[in-house]
Design a binder for this molecule. Structure first.
Ligand SMILES: [Zn+2]
Length: 268
């Protein structure tokens, strides 16, 4: 058994960066609980050789400044974020400057995942080729608000095209060629959505594959409006079954919108 010291990824932290409020009755049929807060989760990894890596960026006050599209989004999906909740501000407080963040993995390009991207002007950005194509199409229903993207987004972007690195559970993309961060396709909620597997720690970051661990087994109970928000419901179910398989194998799954109480995910 490796000790934490000789693993490539030696830190995994969780930050909650604003939240939105949704009515559970629009998500799962016949739910007794009505309003629920969904935090916008961000994960920080530290790689011994490559430095800090963010998995998504949560909300920022930029999310209030996205014109008419943003206003509509906020009407259906009321969001709340304070300056001190932005990931760049929270990291500064922990002694991590934006320039220390070398890579930002974007699970997908929805507003609650790219909200603070512009506060990291030096980081390399990683997203899937499929997500990139959706962004290029500019279809309003894909909810990609270009106001949130930095001016040099495309220049700093690395697009993941192929998932051919075999793991026990799926084929992935070995980000640093050392088996420490394996990205894989978990389309469904969004086309080309990426999940990140950290085999050294048996952790899987599942983004919005489901809006909560407790909702994974309730795909068939999902209400029609919530189904409409998913890009492809058949793929959504396929991604959920992958997560369930990982879960059964003892891999800890962290989703972007679950309430997570601890910050340091390697020391429970
Ligand atoms: Zn999303």
């Amino acid at each position: 058994m490796q000790t934490i010291l000789n693993r490539a990824i030696d830190e995994v932290r969780y930050y909650s960066c604003g939240y939105c409020v949704n009515d559970m009755r629009f998500i799962v049929k016949d739910r007794a609980v009505k309003k629920k807060e969904f935090p916008a989760g961000v994960f920080l990894l530290h790689h011994k050789k490559y430095g800090y890596i963010l998995f998504d960026t949560g909300y920022s006050d930029m999310n209030y400044k996205c014109g008419i599209k943003g206003k509509l989004y906020n009407f259906f999906n009321p969001l709340k974020v304070k300056k001190e909740e932005e990931i760049a501000v929270q990291l500064q407080k922990d002694g991590i400057k934006p320039a220390d963040v070398k890579y930002i993995i974007l699970s997908h390009l929805h507003p609650d995942h790219i909200g603070d991207l512009r506060d990291f002007p030096k980081s390399k950005i990683i997203c899937s080729m499929k997500c990139f194509r959706q962004y290029k199409k500019g279809n309003i229903k894909d909810l990609i608000f270009t106001d949130l993207l930095p001016w040099d987004f495309e220049k700093r972007l690395y697009r993941v095209r192929k998932y051919d690195y075999p793991t026990e559970f799926f084929k992935g993309y070995d980000l640093f060629r050392d088996g420490s961060v394996i990205l894989t396709d978990i389309s469904g909620h969004a086309k080309g959505q990426i999940g990140a597997y950290l085999p050294e720690h048996e952790i899987f970051l599942g983004a919005d594959a489901a809006w909560g661990l407790n909702l994974m087994s309730k795909a068939d109970e999902m209400s029609p409006p919530a189904r409409l928000v998913q890009n492809n419901f058949r793929e959504y179910k396929r991604s959920i079954s992958l997560l369930q398989k990982l879960n059964e194998a003892g891999i800890k799954i962290y989703l972007s919108h679950d309430v997570i109480y601890k910050k340091d995910l390697l020391n429970e």
